[in-house]
Design a protein around this ligand. Structure first.
Ligand SMILES: Cc1ncc(COP(=O)(O)O)c(C=O)c1O
Length: 455
């Protein structure tokens, strides 16, 4: 009987290229627009925020982009990451399904986020930038960029969503240990933060607000650039090392997924695991069902509108076409800080419109139920964000059981939850509430969507 659990690739088989799904899509992605003119933004519009190499990747039509050697050298600290067959979870569920998970929690920050933090810091340093700004929700992205900034000798200022800041002092300390400066957002440091504080002094913040603060700081200082942990095409591109490795590892296991599952905040870890499989399907290969799992308290894919919107609350960013809950929507303070974003990556949104993916929304208690079952069988305590993918995978495995069908399910276990113990404590104490988002607030936020002549 085959008892193998771990499928590991040697460093020599780490992907040397990132995979860009754009040339394989049946329709081109709608361009980002300038908020003032309504016209597509050009490289010059983005230059105050991003280095030229990342702007080129953002609009690239090349299927493969070489990963620089200096980035591969840092990736080698934790990549390739293992693929596990979840045999114990399968037994516990009594399912005929084969469940595999790709584990990204072994990186320095504890999630998939360093896959893009490292190249972003590298390209900024290579173009002579010395300081970066960013936002962080769960604290995973801030930790990842703080680590990457320390590797490439950059200073970093992080705006951390207040809900997470107050709940996760150890994440803050990790960022400070790597040398970053951390502000709770909204903060009095920026005009955007001061405006929110004047209206809502006890604001728990949101990723949209934190992005505004970090963008404002970068846009007002020519020596500073901004770095985003999700949503943009180049971020999704960098994450495709996950899915490329998974394809090679499943080949070692003699399997191929019928179903691929990921959680979605801004869409980057989901894209990382799913795009290489979707691309293979678009090029004539097998077409797995691909399922995006999001929180029902911040349901951009399942209940948002596909429209041009701002990426941030203060409307400093270009307009992108995406599934959005409205840029002023502040989701309730639930325990998956990394999924509290009003929008969704334009590429993931487009795939949903093209019916190449499905989306599902889950309440937080049902996700924690799944995460605890996973921890008790497989041993790894997932990040609250990752619990959404665990939930999705378990539901599909239970469906296999009901139907008496064996399917192969692959999901991305995008991070560990070792800094998320307060969330687990609240869950164990029965304190987690499944708060629905406020329909009235959502409608107000959607009513404020920018009007675009081309739509
Ligand atoms: C562990 C973890 N998973 C998922 C996410 C959501 O981001 P994305 O959808 O870009 O992967 C975050 C964001 O902070 C995170 O920290």
């Amino acid at each position: 009987m085959d008892r193998q659990v771990k499928y590991t690739l040697p460093e020599s088989e780490m992907p040397a290229q990132w995979y860009n799904i754009v040339p394989d899509l049946p329709a081109p992605p709608p361009p980002p627009l300038h908020p003032g003119t309504g016209q597509p933004v050009g490289p010059d519009d983005l230059a105050p925020l991003f280095p030229a190499a990342l702007i080129a990747q953002e609009v690239s039509a090349e299927r493969h982009i070489a990963i620089p050697d200096d980035v591969l050298d840092v990736y080698r600290l934790w990549r390739p990451t293992p693929l596990f067959r979840a045999r114990r979870l399968e037994r516990d569920l009594g399912t005929p399904a084969h469940i595999y998970y790709k584990y990204e929690g072994g990186s320095p920050a504890g999630s998939h986020k360093p896959n893009t933090a490292v190249p972003q810091a590298y390209y900024n340093a290579a173009e002579g930038i010395r300081r970066l700004t960013t936002e962080t929700g769960a604290g995973q992205w801030g930790s990842a960029l703080a680590f990457a900034s320390s590797v490439f000798g950059l200073d970093l200022e992080v705006w951390m969503v207040r809900a997470s800041h107050d709940q996760k002092p150890y994440r803050k300390m990790l960022m400070e240990t790597y040398g970053a400066t951390v502000h709770a957002s909204p903060s009095p440091e920026t005009a955007a933060g001061r405006a929110i504080l004047a209206e809502t002094p006890d604001s728990t913040g949101s990723l949209g607000i934190a992005i505004s603060e970090a963008v404002e700081r970068a846009a007002s200082d020519p020596d500073v650039r901004y770095s985003l942990g999700s949503v943009l095409n180049h971020v999704l591109l960098h994450q495709t090392v996950i899915g490329q490795e998974a394809i090679a590892q499943l080949e070692m296991a003699g399997d191929y997924p019928d179903i691929v599952v990921g959680c979605t905040g801004g869409g980057s870890n989901f894209a990382g695991i799913a795009f290489p499989f979707i691309g293979a399907g678009l090029r004539g290969g097998k077409k797995p069902r691909v399922i995006a799992c999001e929180p029902s308290a911040c349901p951009s894919l399942t209940r948002g509108k596909y429209a041009y919107d701002f990426g941030d609350t203060a409307h400093l960013t270009p307009l992108v076409k995406m599934h959005t809950l409205g840029s002023t929507f502040v989701p309730p303070g639930f325990h998956a800080g990394g999924l509290r974003y009003h929008g969704m990556a334009p590429l993931v949104s487009l795939l949903q419109e093209l019916k190449l993916i499905e989306a599902r929304a889950y309440t937080q208690t049902t996700c924690f139920d799944a995460g605890i079952q996973f921890a008790r069988t497989e041993g790894i305590l997932p990040a609250p964000e990752a619990n959404h993918a665990v939930r999705g995978a378990i539901d599909e495995a239970l469906r296999c059981k009901e139907e008496g069908v064996s399917r192969t399910i692959l999901f991305n276990l995008c991070g560990h939850g070792h800094f998320d113990m307060q969330a687990y404590m609240d869950y164990q104490a029965g304190k987690l509430e499944d708060r629905a988002y406020d329909e009235g607030e959502l409608n107000a936020a959607l009513a404020g969507l920018p009007r675009i002549a081309a739509e």
